[in-house]
Write a protein that binds this ligand. Structure first.
Ligand code: HT7
Ligand code: ZN
Length: 873
């Protein structure tokens, strides 16, 4: 049935030692001449199966002898079999000529055109769309590549590794050749032939080698590349300092492209980036965008060691490179900005999104057991939970022990394709630790719950803490075994001082009791500090204790967490009230005074501005929805709106004063954490103040917009105005668009679309449909499709879940339509139906109908089929 199983792994029967590729690019087609030096891994030989998809085979020969179809080779939909390669230990040479049509490649996998330029995307299984090959990561080869194309249309020719030749050809054509001395799997292959402009710089490595750095984009974006260059240099220096990893080629390129399925790709020496993850300047990128660019540039660069030099044996091991590299980029960003703020941002993603994935029908361990389309497993679980698992090694082994482990991992496996078990073994061996039980983090899906119960005995001055763990059933895994969970704790006195210094408890059994002696007075437990494990906590605390922790815990993450727990409690109680109230009593809902008082105290506290902004922000829709069964989108949205409005009214004076105190005239733009924090907190204040939608607030937003010198502030004003149809909104919305259009700023236009697609109104769906008819809408560009269609489905819950079923019907149609062009983007969109069982009967039936319609569509891709069918199981 096309399912690939982890348990079915077998080493490849053949190795391709060296690959020679010659690309002849013309407007009509791309012809690829490949010469493969192939070696049998068994004495016996046997048929050689090569993957291939959407290829026109022109010829194939073995050691110079043409092969004939039927006798020399056979062909199927998904590949080609060379029937009897020579059964000898010496390598043989396979020459294959194929043609493809990159201009018709709408899947954006393989060789395709974007804005008139050629580029490639080979991970995970795109290389087979370029030529016939053993398209699996444990086949590693050296590459020599020659590219030939029209010189005027494609002045820039690039491939992996070092350029070893270039020249002109007749008829206005030119060529360039490249050699990559490092063995690599074909998913890291890349080629670019394009009209681009770039910026150039240099980095001197720790051993004194000079590396040329280039970042390329379309000419109009050239002024948005400096931040990425700075981020790249910072990443290179950091990886040397922190992990002893030096860059290995003489050149490193980043190329920005408009059409890209994901964020970026770590091709050896030639990273290809979605423009959204590389371009940044003050007037077009928000502070969050700057942060994302810095993180993604670092992430792709760090892959050079964690992914490229040491790669994955098979795609089930994806978290080996992704979890580790996310952990590396998270800690890099923490070092570059603020560890506490970074930690909060990372955990917000885990709780709002990964926990949801982990509790639905697509739940899978960070090392999945089976797939139909591996592209569906580039998930939050593999990436973000995978990073949390790496972080736990660090927590258990300490900074030095962790570094010993990575050193051993690189020493042992450089140049190899390995497994998650190899990584765990390196960590264990380097530290003399038994990490056998830790494997369960790789095999078990689902978010564990850790339950805590503490008791203080004043007579003996002992504090007894019992921790127990359980992991809920997930598809195919009805029962779970105890995990090895590091729990970071500290016992606080009533002033926030330490009664017991911070320590890590290792919870390895279903239930364990820890006793602490000489505890002078009844402590307050600060538990799971820094979110030391990706678990849910079941530790009921009184409102007073939460308020105390929100104000006094010395762990900034836990302080924030306490504020969120309090907020969650209050909002969920209001949701329950809202649900049973009639229209009139809904007008009389009130926020508890104690909550407003805590909010006031947080606003007044002397705290880092970003931390304050995050503590003031209310728990989001997704976090609240996880504690509701069935999820009631209308109640949640109504209560969230009410709470923002009410806080804005009751705290008006304080919020205004804070807003004003953070207004700095003639500010000079900087993305220093202090400035980012200032803007962040000021915009949180604006958001609360504007939530009433009264004329005064609307004018305040309008003023904020006009006075803004950054995209951060401009967008904040637009978002705050968006729910309130008004002259001010019309004005801001139109200026925002016209300006972006005049400057040809595609990424800004995406923001303009996204704000509208995420705004609730009774006619939200009609508005979204109108947006797809707008002059700037382009259904072939993934970023644009995501900004309108995915945004509606994922960020406009009250409209998407409208009880008429119109939102579902619309998204179902879009999934099927998109699937014909781009299955990867379509299957992400299909995920919006995944959690249908968490809604009421009526919504369940409506969502299920869409999933069935999608699953049973005769032409559905395997990507979308896998999501729809697993969601229905
Ligand atoms: N390693 C890269 C993954 C990726 C990708 C996967 C499937 C389809 C398209 C893709 N583009 C990039 C990104 C990363 O994690 O660094
Ligand atoms: Zn990655």
């Amino acid at each position: 049935d096309g399912k690939v199983l982890r348990s079915a792994y077998a080493p490849p029967p053949y190795t391709i030692e060296h690959v020679d590729l010659d690309f002849i690019l013309t407007e009509a087609e791309a012809v690829v001449y490949s010469t493969l030096r192939v070696k049998s891994n068994h004495a016996a030989g046997g048929p050689l199966y090569l993957d291939g998809e959407d290829l026109e085979l022109r010829s194939i020969s073995l050691d110079g002898v043409p092969l004939q179809e039927g006798t020399g080779y056979t062909r199927g939909e998904e590949g080609l079999t060379v029937l009897s390669p020579p059964a000898k230990p010496l390598p043989f040479e396979l020459k294959i000529v194929v043609a493809t049509k990159p201009q018709d490649n709408t899947q954006l996998s393989g060789l395709y055109k974007t804005s008139g330029n050629y580029c490639t995307q080979c991970e995970a299984v795109g290389f087979r769309r370029i030529t016939y090959f053993l398209d699996r990561p444990d086949v590693m080869s050296t590459y020599k590549v020659r590219v030939e194309a029209d010189k005027k249309l494609y002045p820039i020719l690039l491939s992996n590794g070092n350029e070893v030749g270039r020249g002109d050809l007749p008829a206005g054509r030119h060529w360039a050749a490249f050699e990559d001395p490092f063995k690599k799997p074909c998913y890291l292959f890349a080629l670019v032939a394009a009209k681009l402009e770039g910026i150039e710089s240099e980095f001197t490595t720790c051993s004194g080698r000079k590396v040329r750095l280039y970042i390329w984009s379309e000419s109009e974006n050239k002024d948005q590349l400096d931040w990425a260059m700075q981020s790249l240099k910072d990443s290179m220096a950091w990886d040397e300092r922190k992990y002893g990893r030096e860059y290995d080629l003489d050149v490193f390129h980043i190329v920005a492209v408009n059409d890209f399925n994901m964020g970026a790709m770590e091709n050896k020496g030639l990273n290809v980036f979605n423009t959204a993850c590389v371009l940044a300047k003050q007037s077009t990128a928000t502070d969050d965008d700057y942060e994302r660019v810095q993180g993604v540039v670092a992430h792709e660069y760090f892959h050079n060691w964690t992914g490229n030099r040491v790669t994955c044996r098979d795609w089930f091991q994806l978290t080996l490179k992704e979890g580790l590299t996310v952990y590396r980029d998270q800690t890099f960003s923490a070092d570059m900005t603020s560890p506490a703020v970074q930690r909060i941002e990372n955990v917000r993603v885990m709780r709002s999104h990964q926990f949801v994935e982990d509790s639905g029908p697509m739940a899978h361990p960070i090392r999945p057991e089976s797939y139909l389309a591996i592209d569906n497993f580039y998930t939050l679980t593999v990436y973000e939970k995978g990073a949390e698992v790496i972080r736990m090694y660090h927590t258990l082994l300490g900074e030095e022990g962790f570094r010993k482990g990575t050193d051993l991992y690189f020493d042992r496996h450089d140049g190899c394709a390995v497994t998650c078990d190899d990584f765990r073994a390196a960590m264990a061996d380097a530290n003399g630790r038994d990490l056998t039980q830790f494997e369960r983090w790789y095999t078990q899906a689902g978010t564990p719950t850790v339950k805590a119960a503490g008791a203080y005995d004043g007579a003996t001055k002992t504090y007894t803490l019992t921790l127990s763990q359980s992991t809920p059933p997930t598809p195919g895994q009805p029962t779970k075994l105890p995990l090895h969970i590091p729990v970071r704790i500290k016992l606080l006195d009533r002033k926030g001082g330490a009664l017991l210094p911070e320590r890590i408890l290792e919870l390895t059994e279903a239930s364990q009791t820890f006793v602490f002696n000489s505890i002078a007075s009844e402590p307050v437990l600060s538990l799971l500090r820094g979110f030391s494990a990706p678990v849910k906590l079941d530790f009921p605390l009184s409102d007073e204790t939460l308020a105390f922790l929100a104000a006094h815990d010395d762990d900034p993450f836990n302080r924030w967490d306490a504020s969120q727990q309090l907020g969650k409690r209050v909002l969920l109680a209001l949701v329950a009230e809202w649900q049973v109230a009639d229209r009139q009593s809904r007008q009389q809902l009130e926020l508890p005074d104690a909550f407003v008082a805590t909010f006031k105290a947080t606003l007044a506290a002397s705290l880092d501005a970003s931390l304050k902004a995050y503590s003031l922000a209310l728990p989001d829709y997704s976090v609240l929805a996880q504690d509701m069964s069935p999820i009631d989108p209308d109640a949640l949205i109504a209560v969230l709106r009410f709470a923002r409005r009410s806080l804005g009214q009751r705290m008006r004076k304080e919020l205004l004063a804070m807003y004003e105190s953070l207004t700095s005239p003639n500010e000079k733009f900087s993305v220093a954490p202090s400035e980012v924090g200032r803007r962040r907190l000021r915009n949180v204040c604006l958001d609360f103040l504007a939530a009433g939608g009264d004329e005064q607030s609307l004018q305040m937003c309008r003023k904020h917009f006009h006075a803004a010198t950054t995209m951060t502030d401009r967008l904040a004003a637009f978002k705050a105005l968006a729910p309130f149809p008004s002259e001010a909104l019309d004005e801001v919305q139109s200026i925002f668009y016209e300006r972006a259009k005049a400057n040809n700023e595609a990424l800004v236009i995406n923001k303009w679309f996204a704000v509208q697609a995420s705004t609730y109104s009774t006619d939200a769906l009609e508005k979204v449909k109108a947006l797809t008819k707008h002059e700037a809408f382009d259904g072939t560009n993934p970023n644009r499709v995501r900004s309108v269609i995915n945004t509606f489905a994922a960020l406009n819950p009250a409209a998407f879940h409208d009880l008429s079923g119109s939102g579902y019907e619309y998204i179902g149609t879009q999934v099927l339509d998109l699937d014909k062009r781009n299955p990867q983007v379509a299957s992400r969109l299909c995920n919006n139906f995944r959690d249908w069982k968490k809604y009421n009967q009526k919504r369940q039936a409506l969502m299920k109908a869409q999933l069935v319609r999608i699953r049973d569509c005769k032409t559905v891709s395997k990507d979308v089929f896998e999501i729809a069918s697993r969601s229905l199981e």
